[in-house]
Every structure is written in C-alpha cells, then in structure tokens.
Design a protein. Sequence first.
Length: 216
Amino acid sequence: MVLKLYGFSTSAATRRVAVVLLEKQVPFEFCVVRLDKGEQRSETNLKHQPFGQVPYIDDDGFILYESRAICRYIALKFANQGTPLIPDGKDLKKLALFEQTVSIEQSQLEPPAAQYVLEKIVKPMFGETPDEALVTKYCANFRAKLDVYEKILSKQEYIGGDELTLADLFHLPYVMVLEGRDINTVESYPNLARWFGKLSARPTWQKVLTGIESTV
C-alpha cells in the first residue's frame, strides 16, 4: 500500500513533510484536507489528528501526525534511499549535534517566526488588519534569533555542521518570513542568506512550492 500524506499544499507543516518525502524518493499519494473549508476539524480528520490540524500520514494503516515526527520516521524507514538526512547513530557526537539543531529550530526560531507570520501574513489573508506594534515586536524577537544563526553559519556550511540534515530542511517553511519586507536577510545576514538560499534552491523544495502532488 502506498504511503498517503494528508494535508494542504500551502500549509507550512505539510510542505515540511512533502519535501522530505521527495528528498527520500518515497512514492506517496497526496490527500487534500481543505483548511480553507475547515476540513481539518471534520470527524474523519479528528479521528487521525485529534488536534484538528495537518498533516498526518497513513503508511499501510500506521497513522502518524506532527510534521517533525513524520519526517524522522520517513528518514529512518527509508534510510538507504534518496538523500541521507539523519547522521549515523554510531557517531554519538554527530548525532547529538543533530539533535541540538533540531531542538533550536523548534524551540528558538519557530515561536517568534510563527507569531510574526500570524500577525503579518495570516491576518491579511482573512481580511484582518495586522497590529503593527505587534509586528514590530515579533520582528525584533525573530531578528534576535537570526543574529545567533548568523554567527553559527559563519563557521559552518549548514546549521548542524558541514552536512545537510533534516534539521536544515525543517527550516524551509520559514521562507515567507525570511523573504518578507521587514527582514532583509541578504544585507543583514549574508551567511544565513547563503545557507537559506542553497536550501530553498533545492529542486525538491521548488517542486513543493508549485503545489504538492501525488507521485504515484
């Protein structure tokens, strides 16, 4: 049975899973859950994703939700194909650095990025007016994190070291923020811009941006 990905094409978390599926060359069927119609709160979706969100996968009857957990599952199950994305477990130090980077993405960068996106991008999509005072506050919080990223990336190729991992790909959904008018990554953060430019140019991500489609 082919793996099924349930989600919405413009959902950041759904895109995170889709790009990993493509990097690992895993055939999948994309099943659309219309967020714009509230389908994430349907009885069917809640049965598999009790928080009423997307994405989740159905791998021959095995249901899994939370995008980062799904990505880890895919990278480990299909470790011998596509792009290597998780360090060899035998190298404890390299694996620990990978875990460190995964943690900072979720705990350090995502909170201010999510606040900014909600206020600056999501609200206008629903006809609401952003609170510019909050936009300024959230932008400052986000830039403070980017200052640290810039220092880290001045010393290495990728955020976790010199090899591409899941931790790097987890950052791709922030493209809307990093390319926003309030944050000039090219002039202010040259090393971050180099790193993120390399990531966002990957053919798999470019394919996701044009719309997630089944590969079977």
